[in-house]
Structures are given as C-alpha cells and as structure tokens.
Design a protein around this ligand. Sequence first.
Ligand code: UT7
Length: 334
Amino acid sequence: MSKKAVITGIDAFLPDYILTNDELSRMVDTTDEWIMTRIGVRERRILKEDGLGTSFMGEQAVKRLLKKTGTSADEIDMLVCATVTPDMLFPATANIICDKVGIMNAWGYDINAGCSGFIFTLSSIAPLIETGKVKKAIIVTGERMSSITDYQDRTTCPLFGDAAVAMLVELSEDESLGLMDSILHVDGVGRQYLYQKAGGSLYPPTHETIDKREHYIYQDGPVVFKYAVSRMADVSVEIMKKHNITSEDVAFLIPHQANLRIIDATGKRMGLEKEKILINIEKFGNTAGTSIPLVLWENEDKFKKGDTLILSAFGAGFTWGALYYRWGYDSVKA
Ligand code: UT7
C-alpha cells in the first residue's frame, strides 16, 4: 500500500437566487406536488446575472477554499474543472479560473464527464498526486445548468440548478486515507437520450438550431432513469464486494443527486439505513458534476477521519461509476 490522494479542504459557492417550484409552476404546466413526488426537488439556485458564467462561481469557490485552508495561490500546481457548462467551448474554464484567482504556477484542464464529472476528475488526477508530480491540486466542479435549461420544457426545467465547489487535493498522511479505488465506465449509448444537440462541431449554431431550441438540454427521462437506477446501484454494490465492504462498514453513501427515487434504489441495493444516505436534492436540484461535492461540502462537519464513503454517479454519455473513499480529516465547518 502507498499514500493516496485525499481531499484536505472544501468550500462552495451558491448563487443567491432561489427558484421555487411555485415560481416554476407559473412558468410551465407543473406543480410542486408532481416535482416533489417524481423528482424530490423543492427549490434550486440560479445564477441570474448576465455576463457571469461557470468561472465566476468557480472563482468564488476557489477563493473561499484558499482562505479556509490557509493556502496561497502560488502553492497550487494544478487546477482541473469538471463542467458541462464551460464559460465557452475554449479556452478551458480551468484557465479562466486560474487567471481570475491569480493562480500562476499551475497547469490544468476541463473534464466533461456529465454528472460523473467529480468522480472522474478525482480518479484522473489521483495518480499525479500519488507519484508526487503534483503536490497541491484544486478540483473545481461548477455548473451553470440554467444556461442550457429550457424553461419552456416542463420535463427538464424542474431538474437542474447552479453551483460550484472547490476542493484541495494532496497526498494523504497515511495510506488508509483518501481515494482507495474507483470503478468507472463510459459508453456512447446515452448520447441519444441525454444531450445538447447544437453548438458543437456537428451542429454549429445557426438561426435554425436556435429556432428549434437545440441549444438546450434534451433528455428522454424514463430511459435515462432506467439506466441510472441499474448502473448506479450495480457499480456501488460492485465496489463494496470488491473490497469486502459491508453496509455496516459504510459511514455514508454520497450519491449523485438526480432523482430521489434513483438515490433510494441505490441505497436499498447497498443495504444501507436511510441515515447513511446523504441527500440535498430538495434544496439544490441536480447540479450535474457538482452534486456529489455539494453534498460533501454540506456534510463536512459530519465526517470523521477514516470514515468509509461510497461516492456513486451516473450521467450523460453515459458515464457512471463509484469511488471507495476514506475521509481524510476531522472537520468543523468554518
Ligand atoms: O443527472 C443525469 C442523469 N439524469 C437522470 O438520472 C434523470 C433520470 N430521469 C428522471 O429522473 C425522470 O425520468 C424524470 C424526473 C425526468 C421524469 O419522471 P418520470 O416519472 O420518468 O416521468 P415521465 O417522463 O414518464 O412522465 C410522466 C407523466 C407524463 O404525462 P403522461 O404522458 O403520463 O400524461 C409527462 O408528460 O408526467 C408528465 N410530466 C409532468 N407533469 C407535471 C412530465 N414532466 C412534468 C412536470 N409536471 N414537470
């Protein structure tokens, strides 16, 4: 065994504006009752201001993280941003955040893995930390989902919210803490069920693509639901079995927050009591790759050093996977 990549600090930025189900039900034909029973969301945060994108939220989250952990921008040697709503197609939002924060000695890039963005990013940079090539990395997960959500489409607009989280990742004090293992998957099956059709190289923007509302999220909800339920549950159980982890051993499941029914099904398959399944979908909706970090941030003071966490996600692509993670510090929320 050797030392692992471990999160040593976490902070977040949430936009002030709260979009409630009541307000949504004045925009499209829906009700609070439908949204609560079918999805489990009551409200979500929205970055309303024009001229601000994902990098703005990422910048705020990183500044808070640096302050909270007493880290200077000069010490950071890598910054990776997981997002499906970058400020622009290029350059990467990671670059823009570095510039805004004054991180001048780092390299980095964006990762587009849909709602699995965080688990893919931590798994991708862990070897760089473990080999000593990178000493202090920041992972930013940030989504301005409202920028690609069609507020005339009742099947998708209740789902999504905006937020950013920043995490400091370093080498663990000892080999029993940090990212122990990950099982990750991609396939192209999902590309017809969950995507933003236009705006890329296949369908560049035209008046027609705008008229046809093809710059917004398209989702075949029931199909995605079926895949999400089976794959998130399967991969979570698989990583437990692989490491002989029982439901008693698991301190908490941190699931992607897409739908309360998907989360319940995953927890049930893992044999977990309800108290061990961390959920905040009611307050923030689906913030894509930011949802798992947002749960970590909100519950930071609950975790104890050495706690076994299973992080499990499913998203556009499809992408899916689970992490076996042992929390790295006893924390009190600042
Ligand atoms: O995060 C990335 C991965 N994404 C996911 O994991 C999301 C997976 N999918 C889902 O969570 C669910 O499929 C949704 C929440 C998106 C939809 O829930 P559903 O239970 O699958 O509903 P449905 O699409 O089958 O629609 C059932 C009915 C339909 O009416 P009819 O045809 O039965 O008359 C819809 O038109 O509900 C209707 N409906 C609504 N009614 C009120 C759809 N959206 C709404 C709405 N308000 N907002």
